[in-house]
Design a protein. Sequence first.
Length: 334
Amino acid sequence: MQDRMQSDSRLLGLVYGAVFGSLFPLFFFAARSFARRERAHEIADQVANAFMTLRPKYLEAILGNTSRVLGLRPTHPDVERTAREMVRQHARAWVDFFFYGQRPAEDALAQFASIDGLEHMDAAMAEGKGVILLTAHAGNYELGGLLLKARNLKVHAVYKPDRFEAVERLRERLRAQGGVVGLPVDGVGFSTLPLVKLLREGRLIGMQGDRDFSLNGVPMPFFGREVPFPRGPWELAAMTGAPIVTSFFYTDEARRFHAHFGAPLHILGGRGERMAAIEAGMRSYVADLETLIRRHPSQWYCFYPFWDDPAREPAPQGEGKTTPAGPLSTVIGV
């Protein structure tokens, strides 16, 4: 998502790289030493608030998104309160990932107040065609790997690398400790063959379905206005016969974790019926995501204008917009 909002300034990019290259390792090592994660949350809040003050264009984008989610004007006090809370929730999600990623899995599992629908995951895995676990940039999805590892399930997560290498190195390190195998993609000419192979081996693939990085998604109604969502996970399901299981993770006011797994969704039918099945599955996923966000509006993390994506603006005359090659380049939902 940083790609949408990053500055063209090379100097500013170097400054950001130095800041994040220092902050994230600092949080990583601090999270190991803190006896209570609440202290780390307090520091993360201060850093997040400072960043929003220094980079108001991000806050402006968040205010616009929050305004649509809440159905209130951007200047309404509840919009700003929720928008700023979202920034804090995002920072705290990183802290929790750092905190529990360096501790025994039992510590994280003890913080789950509810886990609903694991029988759906078991039923989907029992089909023997692999499973596509579809989530979103909401709550703390990174902790899902620890939950599934406790059930002897290894997740192969498709992701778009962060533009800050220090951030990505730490995330990969913690994912590996949580039993998650990262599958980085850059969105240009990405081959789906590794994913097809993993599914045919009965493996579990984790993907995110709320970011249309390929710019050829399917428009879906979302909070009263259509916006494209990536169809790649659904195309992959149609190609392989693997069921899709939606999963959402969120936290409550006591900072306890909650997990929900939906019933398996299958993309069936002949060639002419495939697109209808894909759209039906996508509508179900998007409706569930909207329900989750309505309940927890500060736990959906989007730092660019989601309904007016700057990446979709017409290219200047004489400059064509580059789109990823490959029929399933939309698998990048990160």
